[in-house]
Design a protein around this ligand. Structure first.
Ligand SMILES: [Zn+2]
Length: 413
């Protein structure tokens, strides 16, 4: 999170009056708006709005765009934020590499860059790779009144969001990396580090199809199982920032040993690791038919994705061994999601995978299993849906964490 010290480093924030920042935020949220509409929405007086808009026009932060509907008298001029007057860098780090995007105030991507993970994964090499990727998008130069407001980073693993530290990431094979302080030192900008699924959920709630939804749970199913929670339109982080570790919810206490030390965690029974280990135990006929389907299945991005695609294709074709494994996998997931529905009573559950093909099939089967597990009509209208934002969502969400904690955070709390 952004500390007070970082906030005071924000010279632009200190130069602009709070009332003017308030106007900017409402224009970003709901613009374009006329002066009377700004008065109504911000609760500021006519004089305060007049002064604020005058200052913002002088700075070039807003401009007059077109004419609004009249409520009797002269038609009012509409004001809009000049979106390119500020930006943030949104970074995503996962097993496929590092991607960065320079995002404008209204969520438009101005530039992007990506690189693979370093072969030797040390703190120095990973920080250098993140730094180089960020630099290549900032290099294009953004200028504007606000300039680059900060750097948001979404990373796969357990993150101490207060300190900006990646505590542990089995998928990235990294442990205890001071991402926040080291990237901040290099760029002299505020840096926010968060769990990658939180970042994607933030983007969905700001820019995606689900921006009006108040209660959303999301479950990412891949090599591990990650999650995120939005309650009352806000990301829920818990007291240590380590909430939504759905993958380590025990669904079978006699189940296999998990790397966390417990038995039968959801991740041991419903992640790609489960599928890969169960494939080895298939009877010879099952393994042979999986090979046939693997030849035609979409390869996806990783080993798990390719195997899951082949498994789904085989199950769909009615191969008994593959159908059995596919159904066991999805049933375990459904048991976990059914628990979440009863705890959180969400309106929407988003389910994500690396590729759309396996995601759509998985969601369809999950709906059937959840229907059979549900014993209460109360929960029958929970919507199970795919994410509406894909690759860009990670970068947009990471950048939005910066806007939330700087521009919007100063006045909208
Ligand atoms: Zn576990």
């Amino acid at each position: 999170m952004i500390t007070e010290q970082m906030q005071t480093e924000f010279s632009v924030m200190n130069r602009i009056k709070e009332s003017a920042l308030r106007v900017v935020n409402f224009l970003l949220e709901e613009g374009p708006l006329s002066r009377p509409e700004i008065m109504k929405k911000t609760g500021l007086s006519q004089t305060a709005v007049h002064e604020a808009v005058k200052e913002l026009l002088r700075l070039g932060l807003v401009s007059e765009q077109g004419i609004g509907a009249s409520s009797g008298g002269r038609k009012p001029l509409l004001l809009e934020v000049n979106r390119r007057q500020g930006s943030a860098v949104g970074v995503k780090i996962d097993s496929r590499g590092i991607s960065a995007a320079l995002v404008d105030l209204a969520g438009g991507i101005m530039d992007r860059s990506s690189t693979g993970l370093p072969l030797q994964r040390t703190e120095d090499s990973i920080i250098e790779a993140i730094g180089a990727t960020v630099e290549s998008v900032i290099d294009g130069g953004t200028g504007g009144v606000f300039g680059v407001l900060g750097i948001g980073i979404g990373v796969s693993g357990i993150v101490d969001t207060e300190e900006g530290r990646l505590l542990e990431s089995p998928i990235l094979q990294l442990k205890d990396i001071s991402i926040g302080s080291r990237i901040r030192k290099r760029f002299k900008l505020p840096v926010i580090v968060d769990h990658d699924v939180n970042v994607l959920l933030t983007a969905e709630n700001r820019y995606g199809r689900f921006c009006d939804a108040q209660n959303i749970i999301c479950v990412m199913v891949g090599r591990g199982i990650g999650g995120g929670i939005i309650t009352d339109s806000r990301l829920y982080r818990g007291s240590k920032g380590a909430s939504a570790e759905f993958g380590h919810m025990v669904i079978d206490s006699d189940g296999p040993r998990c790397r966390c030390g417990k038995n039968g965690c959801l991740t041991t029974l419903a992640s790609d690791e489960f599928i890969l280990s169960e494939i080895k135990r298939l009877p010879a006929a099952g393994r042979a038919s999986l090979k046939t389907y693997a030849k035609n299945a979409a390869a996806g991005n990783g080993q798990g994705e390719a195997q899951v695609a082949a498994l789904i294709a085989g199950a769909r074709a009615g191969e008994p061994d593959l159908q059995g494994l596919y159904h066991r996998w999805v049933y375990h997931l459904a048991v976990g999601i059914d628990n979440l529905i009863r705890i959180f009573d969400p309106g929407i559950i988003l389910v994500g995978r690396e590729t759309l093909e396996t995601e759509n099939e998985l969601i369809g089967t999950l709906r059937d299993f959840l229907g059979s597990l549900n014993t209460l009509s109360l929960y029958s209208d929970v919507e199970l849906l795919p994410f509406s934002l894909r690759q860009d969502g990670w970068n947009l969400g990471a950048a939005d964490l910066v806007f939330q904690n700087t521009l919007r955070g100063t006045v909208l709390q």
